[in-house]
Design a protein around this ligand. Structure first.
Ligand SMILES: [Zn+2]
Ligand SMILES: [Zn+2]
Length: 137
């Protein structure tokens, strides 16, 4: 998967590329997929306090650089939202709560829907699929 550059992404969204923002966004970009704020905190270890990470996450979410992934349970999960990671459905395992990104499923749904409902324009699909993952099965 090709990736965006943290600094470029910040500038594109009119956010000043501060050292701390770059540090957080770099982690997010390199994490690749779904992550929690705790993951970022853990990765950054002693380099940044929790309040700062939360503040940066709020800014990134507001600007649409990260999106929240709907999941069961208390822990909030996010993922990068850039041209390399377009909106897609997620699968959550009911046992381990792991979330798996389901790529390209929208394309197929859109295709089959547009065959049946050709007069409708589909802009967005949100799907939450749950079950038991390969590791827990
Ligand atoms: Zn599982
Ligand atoms: Zn995803």
């Amino acid at each position: 998967m090709s990736k965006c550059n943290a600094e470029t992404l910040l500038k594109e969204h009119k956010l000043k590329a501060t050292r701390q923002r770059i540090l957080v966004l770099d982690k997010i970009i390199n994490t690749g997929r779904v992550f929690t704020i705790q993951d970022i905190e853990h990765d950054l270890d002693a380099h940044m306090d929790q309040a700062t990470i939360y503040r940066i996450m709020t800014q990134l979410k507001k600007k649409g650089i990260v999106r929240e992934v709907l999941s069961e349970g208390e822990i909030r999960r996010f993922e990068i939202s850039c041209i390399h990671n377009p909106v897609h459905a997620h699968f959550q395992c009911v046992k381990c709560k792991r979330i798996i990104c389901l790529d390209r499923i929208e394309d197929q749904i859109t295709k089959s829907l547009s065959r049946k409902y050709s007069e409708y324009q589909i802009d967005e699909i949100s799907l939450n699929i749950s079950g038991i993952c390969d590791k827990c099965k």
